[in-house]
Ligand binder design. Structure first.
Ligand code: SF4
Length: 268
């Protein structure tokens, strides 16, 4: 990473290592719940992980991110897989995942879980902010042996300045998910990018599209532009931070805040 000693903000690579000490024990990782059906990707069964190395101010996941020590319980990969398998069978899902925190914490746990997934008919969607994958090229190489895996790289904002404002992390670490995409593509791992754009201008979105296209133009075909939902806790946190989104997901649609004064009232 190209961080300067005088740079403001926390180091999310260091926070990943510190968080692993709290949410990983041998091959077990902490989860708040083992399997719930979600509507994403046309339906997925998802476990709710505990522990993240970012502190996004728009994050809907409260206790799993902010209070990892007192949230959830430790589970083995087999326990997690069995619960996801049972839920997927019940709901007819082909995709399984873990969400609401950072998916790359606890590599041994993740690799053992992916070994179980590889013997199943499911595809596991690894949801990640990709900080750890960008920091260590070897990590993507280690993931390349799993065939039932897709990595969804989530980029927070459209510039280092916006990213720092939204996450509190060092602006230089904004480069890491882009580097992660390079590592994953080089290793031949199925992946796509998604960018949180609720706080972004059209110019910013165009800039991030250019940056992704420079890695590989094909990334743009599967690029997701993600808008936040203003859950009450999220709205409160953003209000306290003095951050106002430009557009949010509201009742299944993307709405620009100036068009909905009642929502604007929630945030300001
Ligand atoms: S990376 Fe995801 S889980 Fe972690 S704080 Fe940000 S939005 Fe929440």
């Amino acid at each position: 990473m190209t961080s300067r000693a005088d740079e403001r903000g926390y180091d999310p690579v260091a926070l990943a290592a510190a968080t692993e000490k709290v949410v990983v024990a041998g091959n077990r990782r902490k989860y708040a719940s083992l399997a719930r059906p979600l509507r994403f990707y046309g339906g997925t069964s998802s476990a709710t992980e505990v522990g993240c190395n970012l502190r996004c101010k728009f994050c809907f996941s409260d206790r799993p991110v902010r209070k990892p020590g007192t949230t959830g319980k430790f589970y083995t990969p087999q326990q997690v897989f069995d619960a996801l398998d049972a839920s997927a069978k019940k709901h007819g899902h082909k995709l399984i995942s873990a969400s609401a925190s950072e998916g790359t914490l606890g590599r041994q746990h993740l690799f053992e879980l992916l070994e179980l997934v590889d013997q199943s008919p499911y595809v596991f969607v690894l949801e990640t902010n990709a900080i750890t994958l960008g920091d260590d090229a070897e990590f993507a190489q280690q993931l390349a042996r799993f065939k039932n895996l897709h990595v969804r790289v989530s980029i927070k904002g459209t510039s280092p300045v916006e990213y720092h404002r939204l996450t509190g992390a060092k602006a230089s670490s904004y480069a890491l998910p882009f580097r992660a995409l390079e590592h994953l593509i080089t290793a031949g791992v199925s992946c796509n990018a998604c960018v949180t754009v609720s706080f972004s201008t059209n110019e910013g979105i165009a800039r991030v599209r250019e940056r992704l296209a420079a890695i590989r133009p094909g990334i743009l075909t599967s690029l997701e532009l993600e808008h936040i939902t203003l859950f009450p806790k999220v709205a409160k946190r953003l209000r306290e931070e003095g951050i106002t989104p430009r557009a949010v997901r509201h009742r299944g649609r993307i709405v620009h805040l100036e068009h909905i004064p009642t929502i604007k009232g929630v945030i300001q």
